[in-house]
Design a protein around this ligand. Sequence first.
Ligand SMILES: Nc1ncnc2c1ncn2[C@@H]1O[C@H](COP(=O)(O)OP(=O)(O)OP(=O)(O)O)[C@@H](O)[C@H]1O
Ligand SMILES: [Mg+2]
Length: 456
Amino acid sequence: MKISESELTPAQIVAELDKYIIGQEKAKRAVAIALRNRYRRKNLPEELRDEVAPKNIIMIGPTGVGKTEIARRLSRIAGAPFIKVEATKYTEVGYVGRDVESMIRDLTNVAVSEVKKEMSEEVEEIAKQRAEEALLDILLPPVSFPRRRPGEADPSSKVQEESRSSTRERFRQMLRSGQLDEKLVEIEVKQPRAQVLGMFAGTGLEEMDQNLSNMFSSIFPEKKKRRKVTVKEARKILEEEERDKLIDMDKVVKIAIERVEQMGIVFLDEIDKIAHKGSTHGPDVSREGVQRDILPIVEGSTVMTKYGAVKTHHILFIAAGAFHMSKPSDLIPELQGRFPIRVELQSLTTDDLERILVQPKNALVKQYSALLETEGVKLDFTPEAIREIAEIASYVNSQTENIGARRLHTVMELLLEDISFTAPELKGQTIPITVEYVRSKLKDVLENKDLSKYIL
Ligand SMILES: Nc1ncnc2c1ncn2[C@@H]1O[C@H](COP(=O)(O)OP(=O)(O)OP(=O)(O)O)[C@@H](O)[C@H]1O
Ligand SMILES: [Mg+2]
């Protein structure tokens, strides 16, 4: 189980985030407090608990400085149902497209499949055993003995049974050791209903409510098909079936909905793109419509999902946007009011970029080194070379477009292109990456401004 949010203090949450994100202290603090507040709320007396609404957050900052990364890491830490959505992908109710309520339905789907996964881990062992028995039944179909008159003893029956059960045990051993894996067997496979409903994909019908979907399932009853598969596949299919039988879906749904309502986090990206100034016609009207549709969800309302009603009152919303072309004050006032916490993320300095290259757990230098290590090639970066890479990235950011830490990806890719290409022939070598190496690989591109626009 992940570390639960209840155990982490704000300082610990920030420390966790520090493992992946450099700088951006303010944003880290804000999300840490928001997370801790939910734990505090849980410990309140009931009357008060329902009164405390989450303090939603807007993260403002240029592209590539860690907005999405912070939210993504936060969700892992929280072990909370989490979804990241782009505000721009929704359309106003009544227009063709996804309505904003679907974000809550998606979040619920996420929670349900997470809870289901946890539960299936619990029943894993039993499911495996049952699948094995089922598989043995298929391999050695139980024979039906001819009916005898009562009282008429069959002298051979006991012997038969014993030999049957010892054969079964022999087969069990063979199964376990994988000797039968490639053997073909015939089993009944349920045809997933999604496949049948798939024909409605894209028509908006996928989002139909429970009643409608029940209606459809009676029109298209669950189909079973006999299929020839290998024992290996059959085992997988049977395990899955047994697992589904063992899991109490009502319980899964109940826990999932509870989690969504109490701990869910929605990360609403690109919020700046639905803000606008002044004008009252064209696409702007629809954007404002989307903002209006978002209002009740953020405020607290009940959304119908295929698993039942979900209340959004305590879901935490974290919105993010660059706000280059617009300002948070261009959002409709009601929406601004529902995001009381504003945090600004800073543009990344050369120092930041230098640290981003090496420090985070998933740092680029670590990634490239590990990738090439699989080919037996060792990269040895000198500290000065790292500094040089950061400076180049910073320079290109200032000369062309500032794309933040993403610039490091393009620079590193170009820097290591030759090594990546020839790695299979360099097996066993250690390649020093020095300042000179960096300069020699990147010089041409740097000297030619037009070229760097395209390549870096
Ligand atoms: N402060 C940082 N520390 C470490 N890595 C970072 C930082 N900022 C960005 N990165 C890395 O840069 C990439 C892009 O970051 P991210 O997705 O968070 O950008 P963003 O701020 O959401 O930008 P956009 O506005 O374009 O969505 C990610 O791979 C991330 O790991
Ligand atoms: Mg982003």
